[in-house]
Design a protein around this ligand. Structure first.
Ligand SMILES: Nc1ncnc2c1ncn2[C@@H]1O[C@H](COP(=O)(O)OP(=O)(O)OP(=O)(O)O)[C@@H](O)[C@H]1O
Length: 309
């Protein structure tokens, strides 16, 4: 099956500043694809180029086989776009805005049902500018979905939403995928990408640094996290003694008087050292667990722990 989105050697810059630096990636049909990266990594610029809002400075972008700029008229009815902010007129009521977008499409969804689903029924008559941030966010998602798109681009769809609504949005995106809609999203919530995405692309400074399913990305790796919980409080000097037994390649964090966490090489040696140290120092572990790497660990390994912008 041909890719729904094909990005080849995309380069984008603002003035002299490079925002996207030779990016190539593909999005397969009927999947949820998450584009991840620290602030300023180039995610929004990439999405906006796919949506036809920006012309590639170098490279090529094809969406549903079309050029998003040259074929904009043909493409627009087939895609849904949820921008990171705004997208609606400030004085227009929420239900009017949604009705307006629905009229642009041949077979729109039922507006009442969509508003119910996104818990917008109570604020249909509220002007856009008076909606709360979370309501504006949900209206933006409703506007992206109302035209029954084949492909939706959603930029941080759950930013700032409360946990209940976030789950509703997740379920909605999963239902869309089940109905054959392709979803491309950006998010800073890595557990969201881990739960939803079939494919993850991690960008850093405009370049692709990793691609794969969440399982492929979290399997293996170079760092293991071990948590040690003990029955009696650690004796004085114990963390320092364990840290010196482990050596400089590991990082030890004391969580409280009964527990600590060690991050170190994922080759089994770290766990063996902790276990031997407990035995030699008469420390009785209540539990000694090897933590599973999650997408956040992978993300931080690849993009660094310092704030980039
Ligand atoms: N209109 C613009 N004018 C100038 N620079 C811009 C513009 N839009 C984006 N940039 C810069 O381009 C780079 C990439 O920005 P972009 O918004 O694509 O990143 P992002 O990964 O979406 O970030 P975030 O996670 O913060 O939304 C950043 O350095 C940003 O400051």
């Amino acid at each position: 099956m041909p890719a729904v989105v094909e990005i080849t050697d995309l380069r984008m810059s603002y003035g002299g500043k490079v925002a996207v630096d030779g990016l190539s990636l593909e999005v397969a049909a009927d999947t949820i694809t998450a584009v991840l990266g620290p602030n300023g990594a180039g995610k929004t610029t990439t999405l906006e180029t796919c949506e036809g809002y920006r012309r590639p400075h170098e490279g090529r972008v094809r969406v549903l086989g079309l050029d998003p700029v040259a074929d904009r008229r043909a493409l627009m009815p087939r895609i849904g776009v949820m921008l990171q902010a705004g997208g609606a007129w400030s004085g227009v009521r929420a239900d009017e805005m949604l009705r307006h977008v629905a009229r642009l499409h041949a077979h729109p969804l039922d507006i009442g049902l969509l508003m119910d689903r996104l818990a917008l029924h109570d604020c249909g008559r509220t002007p856009y500018r008076r909606l709360s941030g979370g309501q504006q966010q949900r209206l933006g998602l409703a506007m992206a979905l109302v035209g029954r798109p084949e492909l939706v681009f959603v930029d941080e769809p759950t930013a700032g939403l409360d946990p209940q609504v976030r789950r509703t949005v997740w379920e909605l995106l999963e239902e869309l995928r089940a109905d054959g809609v392709t979803v491309v999203l950006t998010t800073h919530y890595l557990e969201e990408a881990e739960r939803l995405a079939d494919q993850v692309h991690i960008l850093d400074k405009g370049k692709l640094v990793a691609s794969g399913s969440p399982l492929e990305l979290t399997r293996g790796g170079t760092v293991a996290t071990i948590r040690l919980v003990v029955t009696q409080p650690f004796p004085p000097g114990a963390p320092e003694s364990l840290a010196s037994a482990l050596g400089a390649a590991t990082e030890l964090v004391v969580l409280d008087r009964h527990s600590l966490q060690v991050s170190g090489p994922a080759d089994g040696s770290t766990l063996a050292v902790v276990s031997r140290w407990c035995e030699e120092h008469g420390v009785l572990p209540e539990s000694l667990t090897l933590g599973q790497r999650n997408l956040e660990d992978v993300f931080l390994e690849l993009t660094g722990r310092e704030t980039t912008t």
